[in-house]
Design a protein around this ligand. Structure first.
Ligand code: ADP
Length: 289
């Protein structure tokens, strides 16, 4: 099973004629609101991949809908707490050219109670995975408690923060997932080649180019499945969730990567985020054809 300490957001997307200027009041031409946050997306991806995932996080008093949405997707939410802060929000403006401006308020995501984390990890078994990203509090504590409990540690270093990743590296990560931009940032921050990091497996996702798997100083490229993308949001989260779910289910790294790439490629052919993350049946059908 996977314990995922992660963010839960209400994403609110406004289609606007242009990005509003200071002092301007603008009528949106469209609006959509949905469940988001890298943490929630990855938990949904793990569940859709057929994995068992226990989410650790927090929402505000206004966040019941988000928990219900996660549960409906098959995510265990016993350790999603209710905090005194508002549910995390992302306010997203998108103009007709696809340019965007985003404001994020972490809210409850920065107030995950230590007890929820402790309880979730205590219920896990050695060999299970502990996964987190950089959108909640308690990342270091979670990694430490999970390591001491014999869990395998996975980190998706997004949104990227050099100080945070370098603080987590000494804890002994089994898996580090970065996209191309984050990989460059980490190389610059550490002055090190990724192959020299003290991490068992590093995966660098490269969008339409696929991904690199780095283990034991060797780099191996996996080409992406060619598709015509219509919306690339959520591809990385889908990939990471599928990857960890695959490893947790006993797949080898190569098979887990191939499945994650199929899910990621299928994801970019769809509009939307958590609500359209492919199921395992869809992913396996797509990979076969
Ligand atoms: P992020 O969203 O974090 O920047 P990427 O864009 O690198 O992540 O996408 C993650 C994975 O999703 C890639 O490694 C690839 O397997 C798949 N993917 C993303 N974009 C495409 C694409 N245009 N065509 C095929 N696969 C894609």
């Amino acid at each position: 099973a996977v314990v995922n300490l992660g963010s839960i957001n209400a994403d609110m997307v406004y289609s606007v004629p242009h990005i509003p200027a200071p002092g301007e009041t603008l009528a949106a031409t469209g609006f959509r609101s949905y469940l988001g946050g890298k943490g929630a997306n990855m938990s949904v991806a793990i569940a859709r991949a057929g994995g068992r995932v226990r989410h650790v996080g927090a929402v505000g008093a206004d966040g019941d809908w988000a928990v219900r949405r996660l549960e409906k997707a098959g995510v265990e939410c016993l350790h999603v707490a209710q905090a005194d802060e508002a549910t995390g929000t992302a306010l997203i403006f998108v103009d007709p050219q696809g340019e965007n401006a985003i404001v994020i308020h972490p809210g409850a995501n920065a107030a995950v109670p230590a007890q929820a984390l402790q309880d979730a990890i205590e219920g896990a078994a050695p060999g299970d995975w502990f996964l987190t990203q950089n959108e909640t509090n308690l990342q270091d504590e979670g990694m430490r408690i999970a390591r001491d409990q014999g869990l395998r540690l996975a980190y998706a270093a997004a949104p990227f923060d050099a100080a945070r990743v370098t603080a987590l590296l000494p804890l002994g990560l089994s898996l580090l997932v970065l996209n191309a931009v984050e990989a460059d940032q980490l190389r610059r921050a550490t002055g090190q080649d990724l192959a020299d990091l003290p991490v068992t497996d590093v995966i660098v996702t490269l969008g339409a180019k696929g991904c690199d798997w780095i283990r034991g100083g060797q780099v191996r490229r996996f080409d992406a499945i060619p598709v015509t993308p219509v919306d690339t949001t959520g591809a990385g989260d889908t990939f990471s969730g599928y990857l960890v779910a695959g490893l947790d289910s006993g797949l080898g790294m190569e098979a887990a990567i191939r499945r994650a790439q199929a899910a990621g490629a299928l994801m970019v052919t769809r509009h939307g985020t958590s609500d359209v993350i492919p199921t395992s049946e869809e992913t396996d059908d797509f990979a076969r054809n």
